[in-house]
Design a protein around this ligand. Sequence first.
Ligand SMILES: NC(=O)c1ccc[n+]([C@@H]2O[C@H](COP(=O)([O-])OP(=O)(O)OC[C@H]3O[C@@H](n4cnc5c(N)ncnc54)[C@H](OP(=O)(O)O)[C@@H]3O)[C@@H](O)[C@H]2O)c1
Length: 234
Amino acid sequence: METLFKKKVLIIGATGGIGRELAKLIKSSQADLLLSGRNAAKLEEIAIELGINQEHIFTADITNPDQVQSMAEWSGNPDIIINVAGIGIIKPLEQLTYDDFNQSIDINLKGTFHILKSYLPGMKAVKQGLIINLPGVIGKVPMAGAAAYAASKYGLNGMLKSVREELKRTNIRITNLYLGGTDTAFWDQIDLNVQRDKFVLAKEAAKSIWFLCQQPVSGVVSEMVLQPFNHQAI
Ligand SMILES: NC(=O)c1ccc[n+]([C@@H]2O[C@H](COP(=O)([O-])OP(=O)(O)OC[C@H]3O[C@@H](n4cnc5c(N)ncnc54)[C@H](OP(=O)(O)O)[C@@H]3O)[C@@H](O)[C@H]2O)c1
């Protein structure tokens, strides 16, 4: 396993259920940890809880390319970027609004595009880096009610795999985690009859990302799948 000691690690979406648990684990590995989220109050609360300096947190909405670029100027070039920002709007097509669809694409797909545009030049200059994303199981298999979410996550999957093709002559690694149902606030607004008590725990999803961060640098873990026992869709 590669050590995270003093590695510069940026978590985008650190204020979410998975991001928060991940921040605790990466902090425990004595990395140079940087946290970003859209909600400034939540971000400050996490920083205080983990004993992270205010200079190590940055509020940014990833739908705004200028804010993402400012974040890149603030952070400099991280060794590892973990993008755990995203939303899930799950509704049948007849209930899905244009705004629901646009938000899903703007955050899950275009938000990641902005991150790649702002951070890849720095990684390319040093020809190394690791970017971990969460296209999720719905980035690979369909689900009723997931027209907007699947569109954003299938798009994300295709975009990341295409960018990977452009990076083969560098040591920049792109790792996709295909995660199934995980018990976080992500599900609070979703009107579906799901068994959250059978979901993957947020702290265990975070452990899988922590594991991915520590993989040897001579190869690439292109993807990993983690799903609840009762819903193994892949
Ligand atoms: N939970 C699951 O079952 C599951 C399964 C597969 C994949 N995933 C993926 O895992 C990721 C994290 O999910 P989670 O369960 O931790 O969800 P969560 O608890 O709802 O957290 C979502 C995170 O995304 C951030 N975010 C949302 N919109 C943003 C924006 N415009 N700009 C910047 N940050 C934004 C939120 O920031 P603020 O709170 O600061 O606004 C929050 O930190 C998502 O990409 C999701 O699609 C989740």
